[in-house]
Ligand binder design. Structure first.
Ligand code: GRF
Length: 190
């Protein structure tokens, strides 16, 4: 039987450092998946992820204007959106247009530590203060409920040896990178 792999033109949405974006760039280069990163949208002009994208010659838009974002997605024929540290809520217009074609990476084992206010270090602070000995990351589909869409894949890490929320964050971030690459592969094979 022949294997029909999908090849996406991925739009990566970021707000910060973009280490997950970098993992995808590296994943594409090393042939870990067949899709291409065809555009990067940043909500923040200062995000280091913007530098990473420009270095690779990937088209970048820094904007929080819905119509500008949609135009950019159209111009670059984006058919899969990956939210990788994007700190804004996706507008209903984009959600409708990309229904079942938006995924997000979240730094916890959802449904634990998800929802409004649970982003960045807040997540790891909660894990730390609850003395959880395991945390992890989740890639899930995006719907109207913040961090509430169907889960695609998760990975766990032991947090037993972590002495601060920052240490948990660093450990989780490390597994996020390979998890996101795996998630793209899963979608290609779906
Ligand atoms: C990651 O922990 C991601 O899960 C979260 O924000 C962080 C972004 O890191 N949503 P980076 O910008 O990819 O380095």
């Amino acid at each position: 039987m022949q294997n029909h792999l999908k090849e996406f033109k991925i739009g990566v949405f970021i707000s910060g450092g973009g280490s997950n974006l970098q993992a995808l760039i590296d994943g594409e280069k090393s042939g870990s998946f067949h899709s291409a990163i065809a555009g990067v949208v940043s909500s923040n002009n200062e995000a280091y992820g913007v530098v990473r994208a420009k270095k690779e010659g990937i088209p970048v838009l820094v904007s929080n204007d819905e119509d500008e974002v949609i135009e950019f997605l159209n111009d670059n024929a984006i058919d899969l959106i990956v939210l990788a540290g994007y700190l804004r809520i996706i507008s209903p217009k984009i959600m409708d247009k990309y229904s079942n074609r938006i995924i997000n990476i979240h730094p916890s084992l959802l449904p634990k530590y998800g929802g409004r206010g649970m982003y960045g270090l807040n997540v790891h602070r909660a894990v730390f203060s609850n003395r959880d000995i395991v945390s992890g990351a989740t890639v899930h589909y995006v719907n109207q409920i913040v961090d509430g869409g169907e889960i695609l894949i998760q990975a766990k890490v032991s947090t037993e040896d972590c002495k601060s929320p920052e240490e948990i964050q660093a450990k989780v971030l490390e597994i996020e990178h390979s998890l996101l690459v795996k998630a793209v592969k899963i979608l290609e094979e779906a």
